[in-house]
Design a protein around this ligand. Sequence first.
Ligand code: GUN
Ligand code: FE
Length: 466
Amino acid sequence: LFVHSTALDELEYLHETAVFVDKSGTIVAVEKNCNEEKVRETVLARLGWEAADVEVVKARGGQFFFPGFIDTHIHAPQYPNVGIFGSSTLLDWLNTYTFPLEASFSDKAKARQVYTRVIRKTLSHGTTCAAYYATIDVPSTNLLADLCLVSGQRALIGRVCMDSDLSPDYYRDASPEASIAATKATIEHIRTIDPALSLIRPVITPRFAPSCTLPLLRQLGDLAKETALPIQTHISENKSEVALVRELFPPSLTGAADDSYAAVYDAVGLLTERTVLAHAVHLTEHEADLVAARKAKISHCPCSNSALTSGAAPVRRLLLDRGIACGLGTDVSGGYSASVLEAARQAALVSRHVAFGPGGEERDRLSVDEVLFLATRGGAEVVGLGDKVGGFEVGMEWDAQLVGLGAIGEDGEEQEWEGEDGGPGGNVDVFGWESWPERVAKWVYNGDDRNTVKVWVKGRLVHERK
Ligand code: GUN
Ligand code: FE
């Protein structure tokens, strides 16, 4: 069984189906209503493949293939802090927990330890592609790119830019020029290790407006234009942050069309169709129009927005009323979990709070199918890979996870799946009478990495649950 999104509100269940992946990791055929005999007798011949050369992976009883998750916003160096945020909110959280930890990544041994772990952890949760923020330190940021390449995780790697005195002396860029030079050094490094940018891509990463001076924002906007590289940053996460941006960047200074947060990024050339905006909790209607007009994308980070008491982003409206492309971000460690499945579950729950909150409506609620769309196809579009990953289609690359569910026997005990075809499952109990959409809903609300049996990126097996 293959399950994937075909539209925001529609999961497709492909039973009796075979997907053919070539040596480069590209899907070359999707055969529906197919059995092993038909595969052997017709499809292999058509592809010109010898049966003996083909490696066969089956989803056994209780298992299904699902596209790999895309984490559109995660801070790799903050992983040691997951769950550690106390009662802080964004601006004091940065100073108390985040800047001291990120500054310590000038220690390359520590960077290697943490980055190795964060890649293993996210792969084990089915994250086949992540848009990472690293730190201001170039050698360790380049190391993160090396480690992703070696581990086989698809990644966008952002060397963090921050030169304003909002940040402490011990953790900021010395000047806009130094910040640009450091950014270029990481871009060059990635072009050296993955010249075609087939797995790893650099991403221009102004931390957020308040941590950058106007000259730096402008120069990053110019660099994005010159290089056509993607951009990632934060926007309208927290009300104090929004007020701070209004104070720091009046239109008289920036030449922006109005005094909104989105207009600041727009004025410096950072609001583009290649821009990933994290959070977008407190956008005004007018800002949402501007984001939509520029075709910028949004990374919805529900775990983080709840943990740091930032707010609840009305993401279904942004999707449906404005047509803005949205994906999910774990936002480790504003978010307490590195799991995109947890982000999907929290997206569903937070959307219910939006629905019953002030001004909320029925249509603010996200369904299981919708949060899984955000976790896969939506995320792919957000990071500029909408034609490459996120679904099982000919021409796309095989970034996928094999998900297993547990079987409960007549005695009420956990058991092997019936018959020799039974596969290992995870902690989600299936009694056998549930429909497949019900099983998938159980996975979304109860699943974790114990259900992630195998993970592939570009056809390569990158994780197997032991
Ligand atoms: N805004 C600026 N930096 C950060 C960060 O590291 N995490 C979150 N959640 N918001 C930010
Ligand atoms: Fe963040």
